[in-house]
Design a protein around this ligand. Sequence first.
Ligand code: SF4
Length: 247
Amino acid sequence: MKQPARKERNLADYGYPTSDVATLSSKALEVTQRLTDLYGELPFSSKDPMGQLVDILLSHRTRDEQTAAAWENLLKRFGSWEAVRDAPTAEVQETIANVNWPEVKAPRLQSIMRQITGERGTLNLDFLCSLPVAESTAWLNRFEGVGPKTTACVLLFSCQQPLLPVDVHVHRVSGRLGLIGKKVTADAAHTLLQALLPQDSRSIYNFHKALLRHGQRICVFERPRCNKCVLTDLCDYYKTVVKPQSP
Ligand code: SF4
């Protein structure tokens, strides 16, 4: 019996807009270049992976300054991550009261710290930096409350491993530019966007920081400031919504 013809998947099935990957890839590079020229290149983090994990767990839906203050306050009050792990949860919660949802973040932080200690015998994640990326990713991604964004932040920022974190800003700006399709979730965008970039940690870090800062300053959630944007000629949202071009 004749088999029905197998339907070929096209790029749209994978969540990309319908241009070809090479075009999207050069758009991603051009975006990175223009925004890095505008905002400047940033150094990698000086935090070790454990400190970075704490930082990212505190940072969810919280401004950078508040996250930094909570992180400092934890070390000031308790002196070490081991002491944070063993402290009464109410005290940890009180110390990070300036971030959003301290009642969720405090017990989660301590639970992850206890699990790490149980498995490694110590609260030190430096070993992740010497593992192959697939192994370090799988190791970190297992903990409750640690998703692809948190894992990628720790491994890229502190270990300089080539993994792209996609936060709300990177997700929103990429969607408006048309680097990913409109229905692609932030979690799914990690793989799609990373596939458009050179696979070295510096290129991936520059892309992340460029879109993050642009999303915080210009391409904001409500009413993007397109009149101040250096990307209008590359942006699908600008061409279709802000200044629709006649066919
Ligand atoms: S043109 Fe507007 S929507 Fe497009 S990236 Fe710039 S600010 Fe965002």
